[in-house]
Write a protein that binds this ligand. Structure first.
Ligand SMILES: Cc1cc2nc3c(=O)[nH]c(=O)nc-3n(C[C@H](O)[C@H](O)[C@H](O)COP(=O)(O)OP(=O)(O)OC[C@H]3O[C@@H](n4cnc5c(N)ncnc54)[C@H](O)[C@@H]3O)c2cc1C
Length: 462
């Protein structure tokens, strides 16, 4: 529709992006970096800090990957983007209220829930979801410290269930010698707890064969950097049936080459034996008041990649079990999420309600496509979504409507404490200052109160 029929556009299109992880930041970047439509973006996060899983998921010993924060930060500095942290949509502000303030909403709030194994004993103390352990070692303010630290303090035998990159992260972090972690930004109490943990054996369990494992070769090879651990693999676990051999792609071939290199390792000259075991399905977790073992059934894998039990069982002792079998998204009050996939139904990023695109609602990142891919995958994904949003703006389906009140003023008026860019900078500076006192580049502040106290220092400084 031509401008004359719409009337003059008095103000930029207001877009709220819900979740300041990679997908939200890439969406904000794609919106701010184009000149076809004037936009003002509010990049909202429930935490006082931006970066989502780049801060609270990527393992702290992956310094290069975590340094992605520097690149993502450019978007926070953009004049068309306003970071609004410490505001949870669905709690501090309902979706309906948010939508009254803006012309469009892009949901990028990730998939933070954990998938269940559905086996007996899963709820025993000492059985943790990888989400709990990762949140703890990354210093997420909502991490349950007591839950994880009680389990880590007695963890001599650890079983990690799952063969994706997150499972390897957890196994690697638990197998690191204390000296290998001191240069990371882990909170000090995490370093202390890991240094005191009695870990001797870590077993990573894959239900199917090495050809079906989803970890990347880079992540696998990193196990070779452990200074005080020996990686062990049973050659029998790596035998492929002819169909798998035939279907083997380059990733599987590279992974197998790395795994085969470890089959010659014997015993454990290091403090920790880290065993990768395949064709081993956990059947139940054993124990009465806490987990003591995992009963495992040997499997075979058919041509379609399905695992079938062989009836051959054994028991692995375990003081700590970490279940790393995937993440899933949850609904925000007022937003549909597909029960099975844990994602928001969409068409090229346009949110579908009852099968039809809902005007002014979009999704990107893990809540759009599920918990797969690397950080960069979210860039293409967010661009697709923003393309749809801009097309809707160009076709007149989306346009600045009325004189909505400013979101931050509304939040302040109702007693909320939004963390803006200057406040985040103050948190950033406080973490660098804390790190400097410990001879490190940065130490993560892990308590919401400490984060907000640091944020307030910016307000006090004017
Ligand atoms: C343990 C782990 C390790 C990983 N390691 C790597 C790695 O080494 N390399 C790599 O490339 N990729 C890695 N990834 C994948 C990568 O982190 C993801 O691809 C990416 O973070 C997904 O981006 P997202 O923005 O969709 O979700 P997220 O990063 O989860 O961001 C979602 C954001 O939304 C916020 N939010 C949630 N609910 C609300 C609400 N109601 N209101 C406001 N805000 C809300 C959250 O606080 C969060 O900041 C890892 C993932 C995990 C889980």
């Amino acid at each position: 529709m031509p401008d004359s029929e719409l009337g003059p556009i008095a103000r930029p299109l207001r877009v709220a992006v819900v979740g300041a992880g990679p997908a939200g930041i890439y969406a904000a970047d794609a919106l701010a970096g184009q000149d076809d439509v004037a936009v003002a973006v509010d990049l909202i996060d429930r935490l006082p800090t931006p970066f989502g899983l780049v801060r609270h998921g990527i393992a702290p010993d992956h310094a290069k990957m975590r340094a992605l924060r520097e690149t993502l930060h450019h978007t926070l500095d953009h004049e068309r983007v306003r970071f609004v942290g410490n505001v949870e949509i669905g709690t501090d502000l309902s979706l309906a209220e948010l939508r009254r303030h803006v012309d469009a909403v892009v949901y990028t709030y990730g998939a933070s829930g954990d998938r269940r194994l559905g086996i007996e004993g899963e709820e025993l103390p000492g059985s943790l979801a990888a989400t709990d352990v990762v949140a703890w070692y990354c210093g997420h303010p909502d991490a349950d410290r007591a839950l994880v630290e009680q389990a880590v303090a007695r963890a001599r035998d650890v079983v990690v269930i799952g063969v994706g990159n997150v499972a390897l992260d957890v196994a690697r972090v638990l197998s690191r010698a204390p000296g290998e972690l001191v240069s990371t930004d882990m909170p000090q109490h995490v370093l202390d707890a890991l240094a005191a943990a009695p870990v001797e054996r870590v077993t990573v369990l894959g239900r199917r064969g090495p050809a079906q494992a989803t970890f990347t070769t880079h992540e696998l090879r990193e196990l070779d950097t452990l200074t005080d651990a020996t990686v062990l693999v049973d050659p029998a676990d790596l035998e492929l049936d002819p169909a798998a051999e035939e279907a083997m792609d380059r990733l599987v071939a590279r992974n197998l080459a790395v795994l085969r290199g470890w089959t010659e390792h014997a015993g454990s000259p290091g403090r920790v034996s880290l065993r990768l075991r395949f064709h081993a399905r956990p059947v139940r977790l054993l124990g009465t008041d806490r987990v003591t073992g995992v009963q495992v059934e040997r499997t075979t894998v058919d041509a379609a990649g399905r695992a079938t039990g062989t009836g051959e069982f054994d028991v692995l002792p375990a003081d700590l079990v970490v279940r790393s079998v995937g993440y899933r998204g949850h609904p925000l009050p007022g937003l549909p999420v597909d029960e099975r996939s844990g994602t928001v139904p969409h068409e090229a990023g346009r949110v579908l309600r009852e099968g039809r695109p809902s005007p002014g609602e979009y999704a990107a990142g893990w809540i759009k496509r599920g918990p797969t891919g690397v950080v960069g995958t979210n860039k293409h994904d967010a661009r697709e979504t923003v393309k749809a949003l801009l097309a809707d703006a160009a076709s007149g389906q989306l346009r600045p409507g009325g004189d909505a009140d400013d979101l931050v003023e509304t939040l302040l008026a109702r007693g909320a404490e939004p963390v803006l860019l200057a406040n985040w900078r103050a948190i950033d500076a406080a973490e660098a200052a804390l790190g400097a006192t410990q001879g490190r580049a940065r130490t993560t502040l892990h308590e919401r109160a400490a984060l907000l106290a640091a944020a307030r220092a910016a307000a006090a400084a004017g």
